[in-house]
Design a protein around this ligand. Structure first.
Ligand code: A3P
Length: 293
C-alpha cells in the first residue's frame, strides 16, 4: 500500500479511525455482504490473526498447503482498511473474490455494514483482556508506521482508557458485540480461553462453522496455530509487509502471545487506577474477562 506517513485519526460517528479509512468510508458503508460470508471481528490486537488462521484451517479441513496459498491479509481481506490510494483496499480485494468470503474487521458493531446482518452472516468475535490488549496495541503502534505515534506508555494507557486510540473504546467494542451475540449469531471467544484450552476453542469454532472434524484433525490444527508455529509461518506472520510500514527494529508482529504480559508494563499505581476505572465502566456488562490464567 502506498503509505507515506503515520496517519491521523478522524472520527466516523464518534469512532476515531485512520484518516484514509474515513476518506473512503462510503465504500465501506456500501459494501454488500453475501449470505455465507463470515466476519471475524476484533478490537485491534485481540488475537485476530490467530483466529483467522484457525478458521482457514478449519474450513479447509487442515489442508495446510492450501492455507499457505497467500499471506493472511490476502486470504481474508481487512474490510475497512484502505491506503490513501483506494484501489489498494480491503473492499477492492473483496470485490474481486467469489463469496463465500472470510472477512476481517476491527469495526465496532454499530459501524459494521448492515448487509452483514441482512444476509444473516455468522460472526466470530475474539476478545482479549484490556490490560494485555492495551500493551499489545502499544507495541504494535510503535512498529506500525501507519498508526499514529504512540508516545510514552503512561500517555498511551490514558488514551486507551478514554477510547482515543484507533477504532475507539475497547470497552464499548467488547460490550457492543457481547450485547448482540445471541440476536446476531456471534460466536464470542476469549484470547485467554484459547491460550488455556486451544483444543476446546478450536472445536467450538468448528462446530459454529458446521464442520465436523475428527479429534486428530483438531489436534493438528492446534499444533499448527501455536504461537511458535505461526511466528515461523511466513503466510501467517506478516513478514511480507515491508520494513517501511512495519519497523521491526521497534517491535515485531508476533511479539509474545502471552496472557499476563501487562504485569511487565503496568506500575502498581497504573494498575489500581485501571482496575477502578474498569470496574466502573464494565459494571453494566459482566463479561468474564480474565487477566491471568
Ligand atoms: P502480543 O503483542 O501480546 O504478542 P492481532 O492479530 O489481533 O493483531 O493480535 C496480535 C496479538 O496476538 C499479538 O500479541 C500476537 O503475538 C498474538 N498472537 C498471534 N498469534 C498467536 C498465537 N498463535 N498464539 C498466541 N498469541 C498469538
Amino acid at each position: 500500500m502506498d503509505w507515506q506517513n503515520r496517519c491521523p485519526l478522524v472520527e466516523v460517528q464518534g469512532i476515531p479511525l485512520l484518516k484514509p479509512i474515513v476518506t473512503h468510508w462510503e465504500r465501506v458503508e456500501r459494501f454488500k455482504a453475501e449470505p455465507g460470508d463470515l466476519l471475524i471481528a476484533t478490537y485491534p490486537k485481540a488475537g485476530t490473526t490467530w483466529t483467522q488462521e484457525i478458521v482457514d484451517l478449519v474450513l479447509n479441513h487442515n489442508d495446510f498447503e492450501k492455507c499457505k496459498r497467500a499471506p493472511i491479509h490476502e486470504r481474508m481481506p481487512f474490510l475497512e482498511m484502505t491506503s490513501p490510494n483506494p484501489t489498494l483496499s480491503g473492499i477492492t480485494t473483496l470485490e474481486a473474490m467469489d463469496p463465500p468470503r472470510v472477512i476481517k474487521t476491527h469495526l465496532p458493531i454499530q459501524l459494521v455494514p448492515t448487509t452483514f446482518w441482512e444476509a444473516g452472516c455468522k460472526v466470530i468475535y475474539m476478545a482479549r483482556n484490556p490490560k494485555d490488549n492495551a500493551v499489545s496495541y502499544f507495541h504494535f503502534d510503535r512498529m506500525n508506521l501507519v498508526q499514529p505515534e504512540p508516545g510514552p506508555w503512561h500517555q498511551y494507557l490514558e488514551k486507551f482508557m478514554k477510547g482515543q486510540l484507533g477504532w475507539g473504546s475497547w470497552y464499548d467494542h467488547v460490550k457492543g458485540y457481547w450485547r448482540e451475540r445471541e440476536k446476531k449469531n456471534i460466536l464470542y471467544l476469549f484470547f485467554e480461553d484459547m491460550k488455556e484450552n486451544p483444543y476446546q476453542e478450536v472445536e467450538r469454532i468448528a462446530d459454529f462453522l458446521g464442520q465436523n472434524l475428527s479429534k486428530a484433525l483438531i489436534d493438528e490444527i492446534v499444533q499448527k496455530t501455536t504461537f511458535v508455529a505461526m511466528r515461523d509461518n511466513p503466510m501467517a506472520n506478516y513478514s511480507s509487509v515491508p520494513d517501511t510500514i512495519f519497523d521491526r527494529r521497534a517491535s515485531v508482529f508476533m511479539r509474545k502471545g502471552e496472557v499476563g504480559d501487562w504485569q511487565n508494563h503496568f506500575s502498581s499505581e497504573q494498575n489500581a487506577i485501571f482496575e477502578e476505572h474498569y470496574r466502573r465502566i464494565m459494571a453494566d456488562d459482566p463479561i468474564p474477562f480474565r487477566f491471568l490464567i
